[in-house]
Design a protein around this ligand. Structure first.
Ligand SMILES: NC(=O)C1=CN([C@@H]2O[C@H](COP(=O)(O)OP(=O)(O)OC[C@H]3O[C@@H](n4cnc5c(N)ncnc54)[C@H](OP(=O)(O)O)[C@@H]3O)[C@@H](O)[C@H]2O)[C@@H](O)CC1
Ligand SMILES: Nc1ncnc2c1ncn2[C@@H]1O[C@H](COP(=O)(O)OP(=O)(O)O)[C@@H](O)[C@H]1O
Ligand SMILES: [K+]
Length: 505
C-alpha cells in the first residue's frame, strides 16, 4: 500500500469524486457510513452508552455530523458539540442541516465544556487531515479536558491536533484516542512511536478512493503488506538443488553469545538457504555442531571471539554481527570483509557498533549492503535524532550517501533504500521485543540475499515481512509474553509457504 501525504489524500478525494462524477457530499456519506458500521459492529447501543460527537468546522466535523445522524437512526443515544468557527466547509453545513432535530446540538464554549465520565463514548471529529497548525484556544482547551477524562475516545481519520506528515511542536494539544479509524490508506503519523499515545489502535476502512489516481501518485513511502509482496517469492524449482539456493556464510558468536550464532544459523536454514557455513570462535564448536547439525562449522583459531576472515570465494551472501562482540581483532575481520567481499553483505548488531566506532569503515561499504540496526544502533552510526521524523531524515540521508539498504527495526520496521524510499513493515508484535529476535532476522536476510533470483530490495522486504509474520504465527501459540526468539524460527517455514504464489503461466 502506498502512504500518501495529507495533500495527496485530499487530491485522491477530489480525483475520486471527479472519476465517479459524484459529489464530495456523497464521498463524505460513504466515509462516515464506513465509520458508523465499524462502530456499530463493535458496540451495541447499550454498550456504547451516551455518545458525544465533537465536531470541528471542516470535513472531519462533517464526517462527525453524518455519523451522529446515522447513529441516531440506529437507536444510539447521541449528542453533538460544535466547535465555533468563522467558516465551515460546504459539506459540514449540508450535514448540519440534515441532522435530525431529535439529536441535541450545542456550541462548545469556555464555559460550556461537556461533563465527561467513563460512560461517555467520545467521537473525535474536530480536525482530520486538514489540520494546518497546532491547536490553540478553545480547541486546545477541549482536547486537554478530554485527555484528562476517563472517557472512551474514537477518533475519525486522525486524532485531532496530530499532523499527518510532520512533527508536532512539543506540548501542543493532541487528542489521546483509544482507537483511530481512518480511511483507505495508512498515514505516516500512525507508524511512528512518538505518536502511539495519540493514535491508539488504528484501523483502515476502504472507501473506494480512485485506484488509478493512487497508482499514478508518486510517493516515497509504502506500507508493506502481503499484497505488495505478491509474486515476489517463486516456488522452488522442480530440478533445483542446494546450489540453486545459495551458500551463505554467517560470522556470529563470541564467548557467552554463541546462542546468537545458533539463532541466526537456524533462521537462515529455515529461510530457504541451500548451504550454510558458520564462522564462530572455537568455544562454539560443540554447541553449534550439536544444536544445528545442518550447518557447517568453520572454527576460528581463537577460543572466544572471531579473529580471522575465512576464504570468501564460495559464498553467495555473507552475514556478520550477531553476538560477535567488539574486540579489536574482530573489527579487523570486519574491515577485511568490507574490502574483500564480492557477495552481498548483511551487517547487524556488533558489526554495526564497530562501524559506529570506526566511521572511516563506512566508506568501504559495498553498494547494496544491508544493515539492520535498532534505533540505538542506528544512532551510533549517525547522530541522536530529535524525534522520529528527524530519524527518518537521517535514515534517508544515510542510505543515499552509502548506497545501502537499512532495516531500521521497531514495531513498524522501516526499510530505507539507496534511492530514498521508505518501506514500513506491517507484521510483527510486541512479543518479539525479546533477546535474539534480531539475530533471527539476520539469519533470514542472509539466506534471502543469497538467492540470486531476488533483487536486494525484494530480499529485504520479504525477509522483514516474513520475520514479523512468523513472530505473529508464533505468538498465536505462545502468547506475546511467552514468545522467545527461537519460536519465530519455527514459524518461518509456514510463513514462506504462505508467501509463495504460483501463477498458472
Ligand atoms: N480524503 C478522504 O479520504 C476523505 C476525507 N474525509 C474527511 O475530511 C477530512 C479533511 O477535511 P478538511 O480538509 O476539511 O480538514 P479538517 O481536518 O476538517 O479541518 C479543516 C478546517 O479546520 C481549520 N483548521 C485547520 N487547522 C486548524 C487549527 N489548528 N485550529 C483551528 N482551525 C484549524 C481549517 O481552516 P484553515 O486552515 O483554512 O484556517 C479548515 O477550516 C478528513 O480528515 C476526513 O475526516 C471524508 O469526509 C471523505 C473522504
Ligand atoms: N513491538 C514490536 N512490534 C513488532 N516487532 C517488534 C517489536 N519489538 C521488537 N520487534 C522486532 O524484534 C526484533 C528485535 O531486534 P533487536 O532489537 O536487534 O533484538 P536482539 O538484539 O535482541 O536480537 C526486530 O526485528 C524488531 O522489529
Ligand atoms: K479527528
Amino acid at each position: 500500500m502506498k502512504i500518501l501525504t495529507a495533500a495527496q489524500t485530499h487530491q485522491a478525494d477530489q480525483a475520486t469524486i471527479q472519476a465517479e462524477n459524484s459529489s464530495s457530499d456523497a464521498l463524505m456519506e460513504r466515509a462516515a457510513t464506513a465509520f458508523t458500521d465499524w462502530l456499530t459492529n463493535r458496540q451495541l447501543p447499550t454498550e456504547a452508552g451516551e455518545i458525544l460527537v465533537l465536531a470541528g468546522p471542516g470535513n472531519n466535523g462533517g464526517d462527525g455530523l453524518v455519523t451522529a445522524r446515522q447513529l441516531h437512526q440506529c437507536g444510539y443515544q447521541v449528542r453533538v458539540l460544535l466547535l465555533p468557527a468563522e467558516k465551515h466547509s460546504a459539506d459540514f453545513t449540508t450535514n448540519r442541516q440534515r441532522l435530525p432535530a431529535a439529536v441535541p446540538v450545542a456550541d462548545l464554549g469556555p464555559e460550556n465544556l461537556p461533563a465527561l465520565t467513563p460512560a461517555t463514548l467520545v467521537i473525535d471529529a474536530l480536525f482530520g487531515t486538514g489540520l494546518s497548525r497546532p491547536l490553540e484556544g478553545l480547541a486546545a482547551t477541549m482536547v486537554q479536558h478530554l485527555n484528562a477524562s476517563q472517557s472512551r475516545v474514537v477518533a475519525i481519520d486522525m486524532p485531532s491536533g496530530l499532523l499527518t506528515d510532520a512533527p508536532q511542536p512539543k506540548d501542543s494539544a493532541v487528542v489521546r484516542a483509544h482507537h483511530t479509524v481512518s480511511f483507505e490508506l495508512p498515514k505516516l503519523a500512525f507508524l511512528l512511536p512518538q505518536n502511539a499515545g495519540f493514535v491508539g489502535e488504528w484501523h483502515l476502512l476502504p472507501i473506494g478512493l480512485n485506484r488509478e489516481f493512487i497508482a499514478q501518485t508518486e510517493t516515497a513511502m509504502y506500507f508493506v503488506d502481503a499484497t505488495l509482496l505478491a509474486g515476489k517469492l517463486p516456488k522452488r524449482a522442480k530440478f533445483g538443488h542446494k546450489g540453486t539456493y545459495g551458500h551463505a556464510l554467517l560470522l556470529a558468536g563470541s564467548k557467552g553469545k554463541i546462542g546468537a550464532a545458533v539463532l541466526a544459523t537456524k533462521a537462515c536454514l529455515h529461510s530457504g538457504v541451500g548451504l550454510l557455513t558458520l564462522r564462530t570462535p572455537a568455544i562454539g564448536y560443540d554447541v553449534v555442531q550439536t544444536a544445528v547439525p545442518e550447518a557447517m562449522a568453520l572454527i576460528d583459531p581463537h577460543p572466544d571471539f572471531i579473529t580471522e576472515l575465512p576464504e570468501l570465494k564460495s559464498y553467495s551472501a555473507i552475514g556478520m554481527g550477531p553476538g560477535i562482540g567488539q574486540e579489536a581483532a574482530t573489527k579487523e575481520v570486519l574491515a577485511r570483509l568490507l574490502r574483500e567481499a564480492k557477495a552481498p553483505l548483511v551487517l547487524d548488531a556488533d558489526a554495526l557498533n564497530l562501524l559506529g566506532q570506526n566511521r572511516d569503515l563506512l566508506a568501504l561499504l559495498p553498494p547494496d549492503t544491508l544493515l539492520t540496526p535498532h534505533p540505538k544502533e542506528f544512532e551510533r552510526l549517525t547522530e541522536p535524532a530529535r524525534d522520529d521524523y528527524h530519524r527518518l531524515e537521517l535514515l534517508r540521508t544515510f542510505c543515499q550517501q552509502h548506497r545501502c539498504y537499512v532495516v531500521l527495526k521497531g514495531a513498524y520496521t522501516c526499510l530505507g533504500t539507496p534511492d530514498g524510499q521508505f518501506y514500513f513493515n506491517s507484521t510483527g508484535n510486541p512479543g518479539m521485543g525479546t533477546g535474539g529476535s534480531g539475530d533471527v532476522l539476520t539469519g533470514v536476510l542472509t539466506a534471502l540475499r543469497g538467492h540470486s533470483f531476488l533483487s536486494p530490495l525484494d530480499a529485504a522486504l520479504l525477509g522483514v515481512y516474513a520475520h514479523g509474520r512468523a513472530g505473529d504465527l508464533a505468538a498465536q501459540q505462545t502468547g506475546e509474553a511467552g514468545l522467545s526468539a527461537g519460536d519465530i524460527t519455527r514459524f518461518l517455514g509456514p510463513t514462506f509457504q504462505e508467501l509463495i504464489t504460483q501463477p498458472l503461466f
